[in-house]
Write a protein that binds this ligand. Structure first.
Ligand SMILES: NC(=O)c1ccc[n+]([C@@H]2O[C@H](COP(=O)([O-])OP(=O)(O)OC[C@H]3O[C@@H](n4cnc5c(N)ncnc54)[C@H](OP(=O)(O)O)[C@@H]3O)[C@@H](O)[C@H]2O)c1
Length: 320
């Protein structure tokens, strides 16, 4: 699958439901790339097209939750899974994800090529695309010479832009909620954390093989009281995070554990797990993320600091 998007300096892609700028050469490039292929888009993006109409000479798959929604000339998918099923029969290799923000987010893990028009300025914006320049999964393989906008055809008369191609260089890390069947893998990862804690504090964790049993993990997954998110890559779970909302006066998302398989670190999985916890926390009305790091676990402490977390309190102890 491929995607096509136009971004500004900060990877912004839209403002108040519309594009940042309409540049004729960019729209022609979009048409050249997508013509004759299947395009996948969200219903908000369809609404921005002239007359809210589907694109000609392309199979349009539009995502929308409602069964009643029936845009003319388009197929409708009501879920990511349904859209992926529909794509299977329609040359998925050459299908194009064309936005908006919610659709790019969900389909990016399935894309291997990104055609990115880079507007070399910063606009007002309220929706963003993932920054591929800082992603370990993507590499810039082509950037055109710089072009200038045309005041006679373009909404921004004073814009420089380039056409870029990014290629996926590492398989995507997909973050999802743990499901039945994940308990054994999460348990194995938990054992890894327990052995790290044993090394740091043998006096406290000498006997601990794993904080939770396979059964307890299964119960957590089934009840959903404590949320477990897993990082999956190439069909294998490589990391997890456990979190739940607590209310100590201020609603806070407490992160109990974050673990990524040692051989799979530095690929952005831990950051993605934290980002997912953050959005889950916001959805729950939480105003803080909170977690404990054992003194001596400097790798974890450094990671959380880089992630923007700061020290809130100190636990003091006295051996008796
Ligand atoms: N710069 C570019 O290249 C570019 C390209 C396209 C669009 N844009 C900009 O992006 C913005 C629009 O982005 P957006 O995120 O607001 O809207 P969007 O992604 O175009 O559409 C969102 C709609 O799709 C539905 N949807 C999303 N995922 C779904 C799923 N898995 N199953 C069922 N329905 C699903 C949403 O339903 P729910 O309401 O249930 O979530 C919502 O109704 C606009 O500003 C637009 O101009 C920019």
């Amino acid at each position: 699958m491929k995607l096509v998007v136009a971004v500004d300096n900060e990877w912004g892609i839209g403002y108040k439901g519309d594009l940042l700028a309409r540049i004729r050469a960019d729209l022609l490039n979009f048409r050249r790339l997508t013509d004759g292929h299947t395009v996948v888009l969200g219903s908000n993006t369809l609404a921005t097209f002239p007359g809210g109409k589907a694109l000609k000479n392309r199979v349009n798959i539009v995502l929308h939750p409602s069964e009643e929604y029936r845009p003319e000339g388009a197929l409708v998918a009501h879920s990511l899974g349904q859209a992926l099923e529909m794509l299977k029969e329609r040359d998925p290799e050459n299908a194009f994800i064309i936005g908006g923000a919610s659709i790019y987010r969900q389909f990016l893990p399935y894309c291997d090529t990104a055609y990115v028009t880079k507007f070399k300025k910063s606009y007002d914006k309220d929706v963003y695309f993932e920054d591929l320049d800082t992603s370990v999964e993507w590499e810039l393989v082509e950037e055109s010479e710089s072009h200038k906008s045309d005041p006679t055809t373009d909404t921004d008369p004073d814009l420089e832009y380039t056409f870029c191609v990014y290629k996926r260089v590492r398989p995507a890390v997909i973050i999802r909620e743990a499901a039945s069947g994940d308990e054994e893998t999460v348990y194995e990862l938990l054992k890894g954390i327990a052995s790290l804690h044993r090394a740091i504090r043998p006096d406290l964790f000498g006997q601990v093989i794993s904080k939770y049993s396979v059964e307890e993990i299964g119960n957590m997954i089934a009840s959903g009281d404590k949320k477990i998110f897993v990082a999956e890559c190439g069909g294998k779970v490589r990391g997890y995070l456990i979190a739940w909302a607590v209310n100590n006066g201020v609603k806070t998302l407490y992160i109990d554990d974050l673990c990524v398989e040692p051989g799979f670190r530095r690929r952005g999985a831990a950051t993605k797990l934290m980002q997912r916890a953050e959005s889950f926390g916001r959805e729950q009305g939480c105003r803080f993320l909170l977690l404990n790091v054992w003194s001596g676990n400097s790798e974890a402490e450094e990671f959380y600091k880089r992630y923007g977390m700061v020290e809130r309190s100190k636990h003091l102890e006295k051996r008796l």
